[in-house]
Design a protein around this ligand. Structure first.
Ligand SMILES: Cc1cc2nc3c(=O)[nH]c(=O)nc-3n(C[C@H](O)[C@H](O)[C@H](O)COP(=O)(O)OP(=O)(O)OC[C@H]3O[C@@H](n4cnc5c(N)ncnc54)[C@H](O)[C@@H]3O)c2cc1C
Ligand SMILES: *[C@@H]1O[C@H](CO)[C@@H](O)[C@H](O)[C@H]1NC(C)=O
Ligand SMILES: *[C@@H]1O[C@H](CO)[C@@H](O)[C@H](O)[C@H]1NC(C)=O
Ligand SMILES: *[C@@H]1O[C@H](CO)[C@@H](O)[C@H](O)[C@H]1NC(C)=O
Ligand SMILES: *[C@@H]1O[C@H](CO)[C@@H](O)[C@H](O)[C@H]1NC(C)=O
Ligand SMILES: *[C@@H]1O[C@H](CO)[C@@H](O)[C@H](O)[C@H]1NC(C)=O
Ligand SMILES: *[C@@H]1O[C@H](CO)[C@@H](O)[C@H](O)[C@H]1NC(C)=O
Ligand SMILES: *[C@@H]1O[C@H](CO)[C@@H](O)[C@H](O)[C@H]1NC(C)=O
Ligand SMILES: *[C@@H]1O[C@H](CO)[C@@H](O)[C@H](O)[C@H]1NC(C)=O
Ligand SMILES: *[C@@H]1O[C@H](CO)[C@@H](O)[C@H](O)[C@H]1NC(C)=O
Length: 606
């Protein structure tokens, strides 16, 4: 059928029902469309690109997402249930790591969101941009000032729709700085909506008792150091994902925006030497392969695991390693999958003297059902929040032993996630508080590699958690700091004891405990890094086009040259917002290839 269905509906002036999300490629083919842009991966970044490129009705945009729609999944929608959304659920890729040397040889679950929204649909919703220095380092390392904090502020605001409303209608003055936020963006961000006064008051009191733990009005100001109220991607008590926000009905109903679900990309294929505009995918693990070719660009947004995995299977990577696996190398880029970096955390809990912790409703089915009914009926109560109310970003005393691993002196080395109960299934008795330390400025680099030429096989994931002496040292300093924090006078009569380790633990005991219990924060980044134009390392140029190729761009968290010292979804959204403008600019004059464009610019600058 030559005429496209959307065209007929438009011509007749009939508004289309929401038919732009399709499960079966033959239904897509029936539309008879050709696509200008094909986005691989409907995750955090991919849906931003799909939304922004389809703002121009001349662009036909298609998203290919391996998973399903993720609609109506309670563990995805209810903020407090975020810890149940994964691992090994329908919305997880169910990966495990290679044995982690820094964790005593353990392998651990490695969660990646599967389905529309990607990891934004399964993450813990903390919204932290990172420090000004984190972004200024991107600019310095890539030679593109467009990646600096000041240049990116408009994109931060384009992403963010900060809510002045909270679910419990409390007065939020003093809990954030309105001058640093965006109120008219697309992705909802809000402050906690269920008070935990016994604990929160003590956190705030503790910030007045020691200069080590200052209060920070707003950690999204570019200066994240100190303790403040957590900001989360929650909209009126429900999770906001890149799918519920950037693909909300007013966007997904655009006639030029289409999403194909259950479409697992296996490779990108060349249409000419050095030009990659075709994508190969399957709809079932044992089913046939399909090809689609974009008129303008393929945008690879499969995330820090998926993106290098697809590149490697396409023959784009370290040619000699690919050859030894029986994959025909097409483009030698040894940095693909290298330099991957992640954050490490340690669940650390304290038994406390407070009957009103999460354990109360977690252990009593009647109260649990009441909490869920309250959430369902009015979007209020304890389930409207994630299991953390404050975050603290802090610097370690490196004791002169290591160079500063952070982007600069106002960038944190570690973080505390503070919550009014035990993280995860609680012990049978007792009430708890969590002060979970996380290493946010690691030096160890890991990798994504492949072990076979089968594009449907899981890649080999090595985040190399605590893989350097510096990282182990800072993690130990962070745990000691958490124990110090919980022994400030503010906690007198409240904290009864710590679990697992205590202030008398020796360094060796702390290290042993950390190795045996530490886990990933699932912030993996940097596996397809930007580098300066002409650099001998890196995977993409600062405009995110794959080095030396035409038609193929990468937009997801894999492109950062260093992991930000923060939770990583905000950075992902910000990068994607700027990337959309870079793509629009590249095609604004009808689409010269970028080598031609840069030649034009260098001529016009002379
Ligand atoms: C459990 C968990 C908790 C987290 N908590 C937080 C938090 O509290 N705050 C925070 O800021 N960050 C958090 N993060 C990290 C944050 O969510 C990620 O850094 C961010 O979402 C990454 O975005 P992305 O676009 O790079 O990748 P993703 O959002 O993962 O998107 C990749 C998409 O590509 C799809 N895909 C992959 N391979 C293929 C293929 N072959 N074919 C088709 N589609 C494919 C995937 O299914 C997915 O939809 C958490 C992550 C996890 C997993
Ligand atoms: C897709 O549709 C085609 C044609 O209607 C059908 O043969 C095929 O079984 C469908 N595939 C799936 C996965 O449902
Ligand atoms: C992960 O495991 C769950 C539970 O077994 C399953 O439903 C889901 O499809 C798996 N994910 C993938 C990508 O296979
Ligand atoms: C909120 O609190 C601030 C400071 O305490 C006060 O100035 C302001 O009037 C309050 N706002 C409302 C709506 O009560
Ligand atoms: C996809 O394209 C490649 C390269 O042009 C070709 O070899 C292959 O047969 C095509 N696959 C399908 C399923 O059409
Ligand atoms: C890793 O990143 C550093 C810059 O941080 C760079 O110098 C190095 O070449 C990269 N290594 C690879 C294999 O890409
Ligand atoms: C659970 O909570 C209900 C409602 O407060 C209470 O009546 C009941 O005794 C509690 N059950 C247990 C086992 O504590
Ligand atoms: C928030 O949710 C409640 C309960 O479902 C609903 O009544 C209200 O209209 C919603 N508010 C907004 C702004 O969507
Ligand atoms: C640490 O050791 C001292 C001295 O033995 C003891 O008084 C104190 O209770 C111990 N603290 C903890 C947390 O075990
Ligand atoms: C929309 O896209 C078309 C086709 O690429 C381009 O010519 C036009 O300039 C774009 N419009 C805007 C407003 O960018």
């Amino acid at each position: 059928m030559a005429l496209s269905i959307p065209f007929i509906f438009l011509a007749l002036g009939i508004s289309r029902c929401s038919a732009s999300i399709i499960n079966n490629v033959s239904d897509l083919n029936k539309l008879g469309l050709t696509f200008d842009f094909i986005v691989l991966g409907g995750g955090t970044a991919g849906n931003v690109i799909a939304n922004r490129l389809s703002e121009n009705s001349s662009n036909q945009v298609l998203v290919l997402e391996a998973g399903g729609a993720n609609v109506g999944v309670l563990d995805v929608e209810v903020p407090f249930f975020c810890s149940q959304a994964t691992p090994n659920t329908a919305q997880d890729w169910n990966y495990t790591t290679t044995p982690q040397t820094g964790l005593g040889g353990r392998t651990i679950n490695y969660v990646r969101g599967f389905g529309l929204g990607g990891s934004s649909a399964v993450n813990y919703m903390g919204y932290t941009r990172g420090s000004k220095e984190d972004y200024d380092r991107f600019a310095t390392v890539t030679g593109d000032q467009g990646w600096s904090w000041n240049s990116l502020i408009p994109y931060m605001k384009k992403n963010e729709q900060f809510s002045l409303h909270t679910q419990d209608n409390h007065n939020i003055t003093g809990q954030f700085d309105p001058t640093v936020h965006g109120f008219t963006g697309i992705n909802s961000v809000s402050l906690p909506g269920f008070a935990t006064p016994e604990m929160s008051a003590r956190v705030l009191k503790a910030t007045t008792e020691s200069t080590e733990y200052p209060f920070n009005l707003d950690m999204n100001s570019g200066s994240p150091l100190g303790f403040g109220w957590v900001q989360t991607t929650i909209n009126n008590g429900s999770r906001s994902t890149s799918a519920t926000s950037y693909l909300a009905p007013q966007f997904i109903n655009r006639p030029n925006l289409h999403v194909l679900l259950d479409a697992r990309v296996t490779r990108v294929l060349p249409t000419a030497t050095g030009v990659f505009r075709t994508v190969e995918f399957v709809q079932a693990l044992t089913g046939p392969k399909f090809n689609l070719t974009a008129k303008k660009e393929i945008i690879l947004s499969a995330g820090s695991v998926g993106t290098p995995n697809i590149l490697l299977h396409s023959g784009i990577g370290d040619s000699s390693a690919l050859k030894s696996l029986g994959i025909t190398p097409l483009h030698n880029l040894p940095s693909v999958g290298k330099n991957m970096t992640d954050h490490t955390l340690l669940f650390l809990s304290f038994e406390v003297n407070n009957p009103n912790t999460w354990e109360t409703f977690e252990r009593n089915a009647t109260l649990g059902q009441q909490a869920l009914a309250q959430w369902t009926n009015s979007k209020t109560g304890p389930l409207v929040d994630i299991p953390a109310s404050q975050l603290g970003f802090l610097r370690a005393d490196l004791e002169g032993q290591f160079p500063d691993p952070a982007a600069g002196p106002t960038t944190p080395h570690f973080e505390f996630l503070v919550g009014n109960g035990f993280f995860g299934p609680p012990p049978a008795t007792g009430n708890y508080m969590s002060v979970v330390p996380a290493l946010v400025a690691p030096t160890a680099r890991g990798s994504i590699t492949i072990g076979s030429s089968d594009p449907l096989a899981a890649p080999l994931i090595n985040p190399n958690l605590l893989g350097s002496a510096s990282d182990s040292f800072v993690m130990r300093q962070a745990v000691k700091s958490a124990l110090r924090f919980a022994s400030l006078p503010a906690w007198n009569g409240y904290v009864i004891s710590s679990l697992g380790v205590n202030s008398n633990s020796t360094d060796a005991e702390l290290d042993t405990y950390i190795r045996a219990n530490a886990a990933s924060v699932y912030h993996l980044a940097g596996s397809a890094s930007m580098s300066p134009v002409g650099a001998t390392w890196g995977v993409v140029d600062p405009d995110l086009v794959v080095k030396g190729l035409t038609g193929l761009r990468i937009v997801d968290l894999s492109v950062v040259p260093f992991i930000p010292s923060a939770h990583t979804q905000a950075a992902t959204y910000i990068i994607a917002e700027r990337a959309a403008d870079l793509i629009k600019a590249a095609w604004a004059f009808g689409g010269f290839d970028k080598r031609f464009l840069s030649r034009r610019f260098s001529i016009s600058m002379e």
